[in-house]
Design a protein around this ligand. Sequence first.
Ligand SMILES: [Cu+2]
Length: 87
Amino acid sequence: MKKTILAIAACVSVMSADQLIKLNIQGMMCPACVSNVKTSLNGVQGVKETTVFLKSGTAEVKADNATKPAALCDAVKQAGYECSVAK
Ligand SMILES: [Cu+2]
């Protein structure tokens, strides 16, 4: 029981730190694509907020520090778009 509580506390403290990850996404043609990408990104663990820009083909993702940018790109690729992490 004590162990469980400690694990939860550790989890919460890790999750409290956010990072902003910028992605370059290719292949988005219309608002439906934007919502596809958004849904995919929001499905990645640790993602809190996603903003996708159709015109510039970019996305900004607010996520936990533990979230790997590569995992975000993988999700976008699975949805059928090209993705790279912008630095
Ligand atoms: Cu589309």
